[in-house]
Design a protein around this ligand. Sequence first.
Ligand SMILES: *[C@@H]1O[C@H](CO)[C@@H](O)[C@H](O)[C@H]1NC(C)=O
Ligand SMILES: *[C@@H]1O[C@H](CO)[C@@H](O)[C@H](O)[C@H]1NC(C)=O
Ligand SMILES: *[C@@H]1O[C@H](CO)[C@@H](O)[C@H](O)[C@H]1NC(C)=O
Length: 340
Amino acid sequence: MISPSIHSILTFASICIAPSFASPEVAVKRQSTCPSVWTDVASDLQSTFVSDSTCTDAARQAIRLAFHDCFPGSCDGSVILANECTDRGENAQMVDICGTLGEKATSFNVSTADIIQFAAAIGIASCSNGPVTSFYAGRTDSSTANPENQLPGPNANATFMLSLFSAKGFSTTDLVALAGAHTIGKQLDGSAMDSTVDKWDSGFYTEVSDGSAPDALGSDTSLSNSSETSGEWSSVGTSSSSFENAFVPAMEKLSLLGNDKDALTDCSDVISSYAAGTLSQKGVVEGSDVGSEAQGSGTTAAAAASSSESVSEATRRGGSFGELALVVFVASTVFLELVL
Ligand SMILES: *[C@@H]1O[C@H](CO)[C@@H](O)[C@H](O)[C@H]1NC(C)=O
Ligand SMILES: *[C@@H]1O[C@H](CO)[C@@H](O)[C@H](O)[C@H]1NC(C)=O
Ligand SMILES: *[C@@H]1O[C@H](CO)[C@@H](O)[C@H](O)[C@H]1NC(C)=O
């Protein structure tokens, strides 16, 4: 369920974001109610994204894919439709999820751009303690590739990332909050970016700051100790609620890059229903205890457990991309990337 505080944050975010995208001259043409197909897509993804009561590596890939579709230019599905997934080294570990989501977009008759953002929201909500983020439907697909060399590398410094993100309308807090997705991040070899990698929590921030994180990215260390970002790093990382309060609007901003929010249909209720476990309560997913976990903890979709399906993929990729490729895999680099 979305708490009142989240509601007010979403509202605040919409006030802040809308002016830069709104086109008052253009008549708003959108569906007033969320198409029911999204509930079907959610239950379909659940079996792939939840295992042992937390998010799988497929979910981690989906979260990362949302960043890769949007950040280079626009959330337009081009990461799949213009073959950026197969043609660009930084997407090499997401070829599988690209194929999966491309097929599902066709079979459910939804836009590829939408299903990428939807899968990220469902992926986040699939993690133990994962927050409910917004989801808007109605993006237009494009098979024209977005510009290259827009994604920051795994050892990018804070100054460089700030310039990259501010050029796209993100605040320092947004940048720091988005980096927090590494709370469920794994390196290519499967090693964790924080000691509770199966749980979406703010411990990531304190562990990177104090050096106790098992395997931190250089870029995250830089955000934590640069004078330009360390204040935000501390405040966002104060608690799981401060993390969530910063992450949810930042993720919404990301998911709307290049799109006019006023022309989209608010389908956020599908995400909150998913997180609340109503789908599993209806018996949509067999053998899952997501529902009972979520009932007890509000937005939490699942409880901590581990998933090991990344290892074979990690091994397969590790040799050909070398040390930098270590940080390319899964949500570890949802937001901070190798650019080959
Ligand atoms: C797919 O959706 C579009 C609208 O987005 C609609 O025009 C079309 O008829 C749908 N196709 C099928 C097979 O339902
Ligand atoms: C930060 O990174 C940029 C881009 O790689 C580089 O030009 C700059 O010298 C770096 N700054 C510091 C302080 O290392
Ligand atoms: C930040 O941490 C890195 C890695 O430990 C270190 O090399 C760098 O000197 C630190 N920078 C500051 C400003 O403390």
